[in-house]
Write a protein that binds this ligand. Structure first.
Ligand code: PHE
Length: 416
């Protein structure tokens, strides 16, 4: 972390600040030498190293493997919904930029690659930003239908629904692109359509393939349509299983699901899915027909299939009525004792502590400061006490041209 980001001690005009002891702004031992140890492995640091100690603390928690944690409970419920799929959940969060981006055809100028969006250990290693980072290696193992759950890391702002670590579940299924494979696909589509036809669900769909959301040139257009249909039917029935008949979907009302055309570098056609719950449309996943180049990289010939990526916190917050994403990381028994494997119940809040606002302002370093850089400093210093951070003022000195910013940090403890 760049030390010039430490708050300047000569304070700009608009500030009304409590000084934070400078010591807390230095990034710990990680800066002490030229190496950084992540999950027991030592990596040389370089100009890309931007992982913080607050993030390092999260690497070992593995919430998705805890059987009585909402994230772990949701993982097993989804795994139960897809019998016959191989469940994987032990992949290291440390990946190469090639796995996270290049193998998935991300363009070189994609914003996700930037230091302000992702955590890098060094130029050759980073924390995965999505579970899709493991698509190639999983298909390469010869597994043709699988679910992979993992913690993923993205630099972000601070508020009640954003957290730099969250959990995703990737699901994928490929069919043999030959008469037998296509017959399996058609039979599965018929089975799923019959199930959904007798269920209380209303689906707002979009065409499977359009000129703006095209089938891939190497695909037989009819097969691509059948795969896209299988993807939609498979996810509609999962969503029905998770959300159907629950309070929030609307008393006695059908469950409403809406499909939207989307873009991802590694699928075509691509979609996002939203569920109507608690009076609002909520986006819960992205998906699409796997790009042929991904399967080629994995050495899987003559196959065609789909993949999806679900945000588990998003879904758990809705289903359990968990109001703040920080709660998932709470080790307070008043949180953890509320959940039971296999069950979805309404979370009962145990803290109503007041918000506590503190403003901090500082001169900006010569190179610009990204808001995410400031948020990572706050997370390192304040941990989960920081509920949200907002830029409330900016000032440029008319004579010197120096600029300053003022951020308002809301500290609120969830448990004390
Ligand atoms: N990895 C994508 C994301 O994190 C979601 C996705 C997964 C999209 C699989 C398509 C296929 O947003």
């Amino acid at each position: 972390m760049n030390r010039s980001l430490r708050p300047c001690l000569s304070l700009p005009r608009h500030c009304r600040v409590r000084r934070i002891p400078a010591r807390r702004w230095l990034v710990t031992d990680a800066n002490a030498d030229n190496y950084i140890t992540v999950l027991g492995d030592k990596y040389p640091k370089d100009s890309k190293t931007n992982i913080t100690s607050a993030i390092m603390d999260k690497l070992e928690r593995k919430l998705h493997l805890q059987p009585s944690h909402p994230i772990g409970i949701l993982r097993s419920m989804i795994e139960t919904h897809y019998p016959g799929f191989t469940a994987l959940s032990n992949f290291s969060p440390v990946v190469t930029p090639a796995m996270n981006f290049d193998d998935l055809s991300f363009p070189l100028d994609h914003p996700g690659r930037s230091l302000t969006d992702s955590y890098y250990i060094n130029s050759d290693h980073m924390l995965r930003t999505h579970t899709s980072a493991h698509e190639v290696e999983t298909f390469a193992k010869g597994i043709r239908q699988w679910l992979l759950t993992a913690d993923v890391y993205r630099r972000d702002e601070i508020d009640g629904s954003h957290y730099p670590v969250f959990h995703q579940m990737e699901g994928a299924r490929i069919f043999h692109d030959n008469p037998n494979g296509i017959k399996d696909l058609e039979e599965d589509n018929a089975r799923l359509s019959a199930h959904l036809a007798k269920s209380n669900i209303v689906i707002e769909d979009v065409p499977h393939v359009t000129s703006t959301n095209p089938a891939q040139v190497s695909h037989n257009p009819k097969h691509a349509e059948l795969v896209a249909l299988n993807l939609k039917l498979s996810l509609n029935s999962l969503i029905l299983d998770l959300f159907g008949g629950r309070a929030g979907a609307g008393e006695g009302e059908p469950l409403r699901v809406r499909w939207i055309e989307a873009y991802f570098p590694f699928t075509s056609p691509s979609y996002e899915v939203e569920v109507f719950f608690g009076g609002k449309w909520l986006e819960i996943l992205g998906c699409g027909v796997v790009l042929q180049s991904t399967l080629d990289k994995a050495n899987v010939p003559n196959s065609i299939g789909w993949a999806f990526g679900l945000g588990l916190e998003r879904i758990a917050m809705i289903l359990y009525s968990i109001p703040d994403i920080r709660l998932f990381w709470s080790q307070d028994p008043r949180f953890s004792s509320q959940f039971t494997p296999g069950q979805i119940n309404t979370f009962k809040p145990f803290s109503r502590y007041p918000a506590c606002y503190k403003d901090v302002s500082f001169w900006l370093p010569d190179k610009a400061l990204h808001e995410n850089d400031f948020c990572d400093l706050v997370r390192d210093a304040a941990g989960d006490f920081a509920e949200d951070v907002k830029l409330v003022d900016a000032f440029t000195h008319p004579k010197t041209g120096r600029s300053s910013q003022c951020f308002r940090i809301n500290y609120r403890s969830m448990d004390r």
